[in-house]
Structure formats: structure tokens, C-alpha cells
Design a protein around this ligand. Structure first.
Ligand code: NAI
Length: 341
């Protein structure tokens, strides 16, 4: 992390990817809230996604990658992935180019958000670089297409190490390795073999295995039994949306993509084109990502104050965005958080 001293406070250089759809609206809201918390950030604003395709023909210009490599940390608003033909997902490309191998999505109940459960406290750790996301697929003929599910010992061991290390650091008790190894015997079998091997180095953390279908059922019946979940890419993608639903939906689900050289903090939700430009989007998930990011750059006091202000706003329930059951706008909700700071 590079710091410049400015008027006695650390000035952080951080890349801000504004994204598209609701991205710019929630990015502006979060920048304003963080500024009100007194953190000095020199935002290196970068564009990626649909709007950039229109202007430059590509969704992720090299300068965005260069900016993240230089600053080593980025806050990223969502970016639309056009379906079908066309461009590779900006998200997948970023994860690949920066080798952001671990996707970390903590899911904990928030006071004031009513859900069927009140004791959810789990973390989804998703392998981010391989599985069906490598893009190795081809059209065999007009009526047939095939794709390759790539699982390697290197990536599986690395993500298992990350999960156990995380569990140790965060005082968590159990790591569950999730697979479909009864069907995908070689690929998911290798994933499990690596998780088992790594688990031997962590005798104080309990190691369990579960099939992804059984996990989904048990998550919607009794989510509190789960702690740290480690999954291959595709199952991780799907299960983390399910767990986001357990705590109140995509509007409050945060995430981070962690690599050895850089980290990109981004919410679980997408660019929500259905509410784009209407001042309706909930900035909470992006703000929660920013709070985790601030902890990572040792702005602990600001992070704590922001967390308190956000949770107070949600708990009071007077000014909430529509997805949280209120009728306020993005700007009204953000201003209320600032008032609660
Ligand atoms: P989505 O998450 O954008 O939207 C699903 C539903 O949740 C919509 O009804 C939307 O209005 C609502 N929603 C999402 N975020 C919200 C927020 N902050 N406040 C209030 N309501 C919110 O998922 P969808 O529609 O499947 O994806 C749209 C685009 O986003 C796609 O192109 C997809 O590929 C992309 N995407 C990008 C991600 C990223 O950049 N990290 C992650 C997931 C999807």
C-alpha cells in the first residue's frame, strides 16, 4: 500500500471502478460517505464495462489493470456482462489478470433486516480462477457445445490454505469443503483431496465435507450450523447468492477478491439495469465492501464508525431504500448514514 502524508493524515491511493448500471450511483454515494468519515483517499477513478465498450470497443482497458497493480487495492462497483456472444466478463478478466484467487463473502445477520433466521454467521470462500470459468468451451456442431471444468491441485490447495488460514485468523471453528465429488469424481475429487491434505495442518479447526445439493437444502433449513465454506468456482458463485438471500438479499451482501499482489473489493450484486439511473439503488453492499477495505488499510476507527452508522440507519428503519422495505432514494439513505456518523 502506498501512502502519502497529507496534513498529518495518511492519504491512500485507491483505484475506484465505477462500473455501469447502478454502479456510478452507488460509487458516488460511498465516496461521499467515506469522505464524511474523514478518511483521506486519493481515488484513482477508472471506467470499465458497457459505457467503455461504446467509447473504446473494449470493456476493460489496460489502464484499469495498471492502476490496480500500482495501488494494490481497488473498490469496484458492478459491471454488466453482456450475455451470449461478445466480450468476456470484466469480473472474470480482472480476477484472471490479477490472479485474485480467493473470493470471500461474509454473511452475517444485520439487526433491523427481517429474515427467517437471526443467527446466520458464515463465510463463503470461493475459488476464483478455474472450474467452468476458464472459458475453455467450443461449439462441436450446430446442435452441440461443450465446456471444460478445469480443477488443478495448485489452485485447490491454495484456496484450501486460504480458507483454513482465514478460519484460524478469525477464530472460526469449522471449514466445510463443498463439492459434487459423487458425480464429478476426478475434478471435484481432486478438490476434496487437496482440502483434506491441507486440513491435516490445522488440527484445531474441524474439517467437514458436504455435497453442494445437500448444502443448499440445509442452508435454507438451518444455516446457523455452517461456518467457513470453501467451494470450487461455480458452486461458490451460486451458493454465495443463496447465502446473501439468507441475510436480506443482494443489497447488503459484500465481497472481496483477494490475490497475493492486489485485492479488489466488490459487492455480490450486479449492475441492476432494471433500476439504473433512478436513484433507487441500495449502496449498503458497496459500503460494507469499503468498510472491509478500510480495515485492510488500517483505518480501523473510521471503519468502526461507518459500520455503526450504517447499522444504526438500517436498525432505525426510518429511511431505507426500496429493497430493504423502505421508500427512500439512494441519496436520502446515504445522507442519513452521514447524519448517523
Ligand atoms: P443484479 O444483482 O444486478 O440484480 C438482481 C436484482 O436485484 C434486480 O432486481 C436488481 O434491481 C436488484 N438489486 C441488485 N443490486 C441492488 C442494489 N444495490 N439495490 C437495490 N436493488 C438491487 O443481477 P442481474 O440482473 O442478474 O445482473 C445484471 C448484470 O450485472 C449482468 O450483466 C451480470 O452479469 C452483472 N453482474 C455483475 C457483477 C459484478 O460486477 N460483480 C456481479 C453479478 C452480476
Amino acid at each position: 500500500m502506498e501512502y502519502n502524508k497529507v496534513r498529518g493524515k495518511n492519504m491512500h491511493n485507491i483505484t475506484l471502478i465505477e462500473g455501469d448500471g447502478i454502479g456510478p450511483e452507488i460509487a458516488d454515494a460511498v465516496v461521499k460517505i467515506i469522505d464524511a468519515a474523514g478518511v483521506k483517499i486519493n481515488w484513482d477513478r477508472q471506467s470499465a464495462g458497457l459505457d467503455v465498450i461504446e467509447k473504446e470497443g473494449i470493456p476493460l482497458p489496460d489502464r484499469v489493470i495498471e492502476s490496480i497493480k500500482k495501488n494494490k487495492i481497488a473498490l469496484k462497483a458492478p459491471v454488466t456482462t453482456p450475455i451470449g456472444k461478445g466480450f468476456r466478463s470484466v469480473n472474470v478478466q480482472l480476477r484472471r489478470e490479477l490472479d485474485l484467487y480467493a473470493n470471500v463473502r461474509p454473511c452475517k445477520n444485520i439487526d433491523g433486516i427481517k429474515t427467517p433466521f437471526n443467527d446466520v454467521d458464515l463465510v463463503v470462500i470461493r475459488e476464483n480462477t478455474e472450474d467452468l470459468y476458464t472459458g475453455i468451451e467450443r461449439k462441436v456442431d450446430d446442435d452441440t457445445a461443450e465446456g471444460i471444468k478445469l480443477i488443478t491441485r495448485k489452485a485447490s490447495t491454495r484456496i484450501a490454505e486460504y480458507a483454513f488460514n482465514y478460519a484460524k485468523k478469525m477464530n472460526r471453528k469449522t471449514v466445510w469443503a463443498v463439492s459434487k465429488a459423487n458425480i464429478c469424481k476426478l475434478t471435484d475429487g481432486l478438490f476434496l483431496e487437496c482440502a483434506r491434505e491441507v486440513s491435516k495442518k490445522y488440527p484445531n479447526i474441524e474439517y467437514k465435507e458436504i455435497l453442494v445439493d445437500a448444502l443448499c437444502m440445509q442452508l435454507v433449513q438451518n444455516p446457523s450450523k455452517f461456518d467457513v465454506l470453501v467451494l470450487p468456482n461455480l458452486y461458490g458463485d451460486i451458493v454465495s447468492d443463496l447465502t446473501a438471500g439468507l441475510i436480506g438479499g443482494l443489497g447488503v451482501a459484500q465481497g472481496a477478491n483477494i490475490g497475493l499482489e492486489a485485492s479488489v473489493y466488490e459487492p455480490v450484486h450486479g449492475s441492476a439495469p432494471d433500476i439504473k439511473g433512478q436513484n433507487l439503488a441500495n449502496p449498503s453492499a458497496l459500503l460494507m465492501c469499503a468498510i472491509e477495505m478500510l480495515k485492510n488499510i488500517d483505518e480501523l476507527e473510521a471503519a468502526k464508525n461507518l459500520e455503526k452508522a450504517l447499522f444504526k440507519t438500517i436498525k432505525e428503519g426510518r429511511i431505507l431504500t426500496r429493497d430493504l422495505g423502505g421508500s427512500s432514494t439512494t441519496i436520502e439513505f446515504s445522507d442519513e448514514i452521514i447524519r448517523n456518523l
